[in-house]
Ligand binder design. Structure first.
Ligand SMILES: C[S@@+](CC[C@H](N)C(=O)[O-])C[C@H]1O[C@@H](n2cnc3c(N)ncnc32)[C@H](O)[C@@H]1O
Length: 312
C-alpha cells in the first residue's frame, strides 16, 4: 500500500466516529508498505497489510471470502476481459468504461471507485484527479488490480469452451498514471475514509449487489466533499433478494418509499435539499450504456447499465 494513503485512512469499525490508525510491525520498501498492521487508535482493532494489500473490510470473515464468487480465478479472468478488452481490440469488446470515463471532469483531489473490481475505472480517473483509490471486498480482484498497478501488464487464461482456454494479455496505456492509484480491500457500506475527503466518487454496477443500497449511498455522501464534488452511479438495477431484502431496494417495487424505477429514485434522493444525501446534488447527465460480461467464447451477457452523473 502506498505510504501516503495512510494519511487518508480511518478505522471503519468505529464509524460514525472517525479515528486514525497507527502503523505497527511494518516492512516498508521505498514508497510502499509491504506488510504491517493498522491499529485503530480508539478501538484497538488490528487490520493487516499482507503482500501490500490493506485488508480494511470490518465485516469480512474467512468463510465469506471463501464463499464469495468474486474470489474465483474464473471471475477474475472474466472481469479482466470486461474491463480491458476494448484496449486490447477484442472483437466483442464494449465501450462502456470509455463512455463512463467521458462523464468525469478533471477535478483536483482524491477519487474513490467503490466496488471497482480489477481496476479499470480507477486507472481511467488517474489522469483526471490527483489520486485514486479503488476499493472492493474481493481480495482476488484487489490483488489483480495491484499487479496491473505495479507491472502495467498481466496475462491470464480466459475460457474458450469447456476446459479449453486461451491466453489474454493486457498492457495498460503508458499515459495512465499508475503512480497515482492504489487499491485496498474495503466495504462500500463502511468506508475507511474520513468525512468529506473524496472529490469524485464512482459506483459502477454495485448498488444492486450490496445488502443496504441506501446505506451505500449514505456512505458515499459521508465521504464526499460538500462542494466541488462529482458522483457517478451506474447500475442495471437487477434487484434480487439474494443481495438485499426487497424492503431495502431503491426501486423495482410498486409500493413503499421507493416504488418505481431505481434510477429515478436515486435521482430524486440526490436532488432532495433536506434528504439523507444533502447537501443536494444537481444532475449533469443521465442515460445508459451497454456493458458486457464474458463467460466463454460463445457466451456474453449484455447488460444495460443506467447512469446518473451529478455534481455539487
Ligand atoms: C458487478 S461487479 C462491478 C464491478 C465494477 N464496478 C464494474 O462495473 O466493472 C460488483 C463488484 O462489487 C464488489 N462488491 C460487492 N459488494 C461490495 C461491497 N459491499 N463493498 C465493496 N465492493 C463490493 C464485488 O466484489 C465486485 O467487484
Amino acid at each position: 500500500m502506498k505510504k501516503h494513503l495512510l494519511d487518508l485512512l480511518i478505522c471503519p469499525r468505529c464509524l460514525p466516529q472517525e479515528y486514525p490508525f497507527m502503523l505497527e510491525n511494518s516492512t516498508v520498501t521505498a514508497d510502499d508498505i509491504e506488510s504491517g498492521v493498522l491499529v485503530c487508535a480508539q478501538c484497538g482493532y488490528r487490520f493487516p497489510i499482507i503482500d501490500g494489500i490493506a485488508l480494511l473490510d470490518p465485516f469480512a470473515t474467512d468463510n465469506q471470502q471463501r464463499a464469495n464468487k468474486y474470489e474465483t480465478d474464473e471471475l477474475v479472468s472474466s472481469y479482466l476481459w470486461s474491463h480491458f478488452s476494448d484496449l486490447m481490440h477484442e472483437e466483442q469488446a464494449s465501450q462502456a468504461y470509455t463512455t463512463w470515463a467521458g462523464l468525469i471532469r478533471n477535478q483536483a483531489g482524491v477519487a474513490l471507485d467503490a466496488g471497482g473490481a480489477v481496476g479499470r475505472f480507477a486507472f481511467e480517473m488517474s489522469s483526471r484527479c490527483d489520486f485514486v483509490v479503488g476499493v472492493d471486498t474481493s481480495q482476488a480482484f484487489i490483488r489483480t488490480a495491484r499487479q496491473l498497478m505495479q507491472q502495467g501488464t498481466i496475462t491470464v487464461p480466459i475460457k474458450d469452451e469447456g476446459m479449453l482456454a486461451r491466453e489474454f494479455t493486457i498492457i495498460l496505456p503508458a499515459e495512465w498514471r499508475r503512480d497515482r492509484v492504489e487499491f485496498v480491500v474495503a466495504n462500500a457500506l463502511a468506508l475507511p475514509f474520513a468525512a468529506q475527503s473524496i472529490a469524485v466518487f464512482t459506483s459502477l454496477n454495485l448498488v444492486d449487489k450490496v445488502p443496504s443500497p441506501l446505506g451505500h449511498l449514505r456512505e458515499m455522501n459521508r465521504v464526499t466533499r460538500h462542494q466541488q464534488a462529482q458522483f457517478l452511479l451506474s447500475d442495471p438495477f437487477s434487484w434480487s433478494s439474494e443481495a438485499a431484502p426487497a424492503a431495502e431496494w431503491l426501486g423495482g417495487t410498486d409500493q413503499g418509499r421507493f416504488a418505481g424505477k431505481g434510477l429515478a429514485n436515486v435521482i430524486k434522493l440526490l436532488g432532495d435539499q433536506q434528504g439523507e444525501l444533502a447537501p443536494a446534488w444537481s444532475v449533469d447527465k443521465s442515460g445508459s450504456v451497454w456493458w458486457k460480461i464474458r463467460n466463454h467464447s460463445n457466451h456474453y451477457e449484455l447488460i444495460r447499465s443506467c447512469f446518473v452523473h451529478a455534481s455539487r
